[in-house]
Write a protein that binds this ligand. Sequence first.
Ligand code: HEC
Ligand code: HEC
Ligand code: HEC
Ligand code: HEC
Ligand code: HEC
Ligand code: HEC
Ligand code: HEC
Ligand code: HEC
Length: 441
Amino acid sequence: MKRLSVIGLILVVAMTIGLASTTQTAGKCMTCHKEKTSGMYKQWLGSNHADHNVTCYDCHAADRKDPDAFKHEGAWIATLVTPLDCGRCHPNETEEVSNSYHAHAGEILESADAYLAHVAGGHPIAVVGCETCHGSKVLIDPDSPNKLSKLSWPNSGIGRINPDGSKGSCTACHTRHTFDKAQARQPEACSKCHLGPDHPQKEVYEESKHGNTYYTNIDKMNLDADKWVVGEDYHIAPTCATCHMSASPNQKVTHDVGQRISWTLRPPISKRKDNWQAKKENMQDVCAACHEKQFVDNFYYQFDGVVRLYDNKFAKPATEIMKMLKKNKRLKRPASFSNKIEWVYWELWHHEGRRTRHGAAMAGPDYAWWHGMYDVAQNFYFEFLPEAEHYNDPEVNAYIDELLNENPMHNWLNRPTSELKQEIKSGEMQKVYEKMFEEDK
Ligand code: HEC
Ligand code: HEC
Ligand code: HEC
Ligand code: HEC
Ligand code: HEC
Ligand code: HEC
Ligand code: HEC
Ligand code: HEC
């Protein structure tokens, strides 16, 4: 790990002692590590870095003043190689990563998720669970000068907080020591983190037509190409990188994964991103390499419709009820997450509601419905509302009564099936949702 100013220093030192000795130092790293850690050496040897004479020392050299620098076989080095180190040679990627939401993923200590893991789980699980995806704050071992603490490393979380003040870890996607572009273009590069009950992007992709087409045609994806522009260098199927990062005929590669998405679907109620129209157009431009405009516009109409449906029909009323219970001091135990309804509400938005929206965003029908809206509806009507009614709060019960009797999206529970079937058939029921959609625009 070294700061930019330090590079200047290294250059001066190198020039004074003569470049020959630096080359010698660098050469020794490979000669010895070829014996000591042969697998690692071979990963490096097969890399584009080795082809361009980027050596162990180019990445691992450190200034002796760095908090994690130590003397190793006559050279000052650090084990961590942070975005700032890679940024010496790759300034654009480093800049984009630091501007992305990924770089902030280590700042989760204040979140409800973190609180839940610490109280209901326990500290060790936060290190091995949360921090392995989000990133740890890398600490120095107090007992072993300048070595990394076992409480915080190994770690290659996406928003790792490094001792040099930089955020993130390029190896989160670029497996070391090959640092191979072809590897990062594949969906597996993202799927260590983007999977599971609360953000199943990997599973959604696998069930989508895009995933099917990709997995049955990997050999036609031209993954090893130097330039990888959708529609020009490949055309069979998009990967995660294609849609969120890679180049299109009109856009360059971006390392800021937020540049092409219009919604933030993580919170209980969805939020539009700043400047969302332009971000949506960036994504639609990627689709346009393989689909026509009308197809893409219609897809977005359907996707936005599901987001609004989830928000208006379920997320807003459930959130309102939780607020009332808290305001009226109805929750029995004092600590957050010590009352059953808090878990029920949590699963409604954090798991089921996200699955619905992610399924709709990336064309995965099973996640949109069976693992998604089906679970939301079952939870809302048969767990959340009954649990809320247990508290016998007059304000809450009046709110629920009105919802189930007056609201046209919810009043089906108290009406005869035959009448409802007739409304589905005649298209009357559909109009309720179209109206909601228009009003919410
Ligand atoms: C004479 C053999 C030898 C040379 C030369 C050598 N290393 Fe090592 N290196 C090792 C061994 C053995 C280890 C395993 C560490 C241990 O067990 O102390 C190691 C460990 C490391 C580590 C991990 C250290 C840690 O504790 O996290 C890094 C990084 C590293 N070497 C990089 C380099 C670089 C860069 C160079 C060139 C400047 C280099 N090595 C030169 C033998 C060598
Ligand atoms: C392109 C930059 C780059 C080059 C070149 C490079 N490394 Fe690394 N190395 C990294 C990164 C990134 C990590 C992950 C460290 C971290 O957590 O930040 C790493 C980790 C390591 C580790 C500790 C992790 C482990 O898996 O044991 C050792 C040891 C190491 N490198 C040795 C070497 C040696 C020896 C060479 C040359 C053969 C080399 N590196 C070349 C970037 C590089
Ligand atoms: C001393 C300069 C230097 C440093 C430091 C460096 N790289 Fe590179 N990197 C290069 C060069 C040179 C190439 C090959 C030319 C190119 O593609 O730009 C390259 C290529 C790459 C590629 C493309 C590989 C491919 O398959 O074509 C990736 C990915 C990459 N580097 C990532 C990293 C990461 C991550 C780090 C830090 C852990 C890093 N580099 C550190 C100089 C460097
Ligand atoms: C090491 C874990 C990890 C990997 C690998 C990873 N991500 Fe992420 N990603 C995250 C986390 C964590 C967040 C949420 C950030 C937060 O909590 O602050 C996130 C957020 C995102 C977002 C939302 C950004 C925004 O602005 O709202 C997108 C899009 C995304 N990732 C795409 C990708 C893609 C595409 C890949 C693979 C090429 C990938 N990620 C690889 C962990 C990862
Ligand atoms: C398997 C990897 C993984 C694990 C383990 C994990 N997360 Fe996440 N987390 C993610 C990803 C990926 C996202 C972004 C999902 C998206 O954008 O849809 C995320 C999102 C979040 C968010 C929302 C951030 C925002 O700004 O909206 C918080 C907070 C969070 N995680 C905290 C935690 C905590 C605390 C833990 C441990 C109890 C944890 N996560 C465990 C991968 C993980
Ligand atoms: C979220 C995953 C992810 C992270 C994190 C990430 N990269 Fe990349 N990177 C990619 C993907 C995917 C590509 C391939 C894009 C393409 O060619 O389509 C890539 C390509 C590259 C290239 C090759 C660029 C070219 O035009 O040939 C370099 C260099 C690079 N990354 C450096 C970095 C550095 C430095 C960092 C950390 C500051 C980093 N990356 C972090 C996913 C990531
Ligand atoms: C066909 C293009 C496409 C592919 C392939 C794709 N995505 Fe997406 N992704 C989207 C679209 C479209 C959205 C929603 C955009 C919006 O909000 O306007 C999205 C949204 C996201 C989000 C934001 C979720 C949130 O909670 O706010 C994440 C994270 C994400 N994708 C990750 C991935 C990962 C990881 C993969 C691969 C496993 C992947 N995507 C594959 C198009 C794609
Ligand atoms: C690299 C080309 C490529 C890109 C880019 C791409 N798709 Fe696709 N898409 C396909 C292929 C191939 C299929 C499968 C067609 C089939 O069903 O036979 C498909 C299928 C679909 C389907 C299912 C259609 C159906 O008839 O069932 C939807 C929806 C879809 N894409 C939306 C999108 C959206 C939205 C984007 C941009 C966010 C996008 N696609 C980007 C290639 C692509």
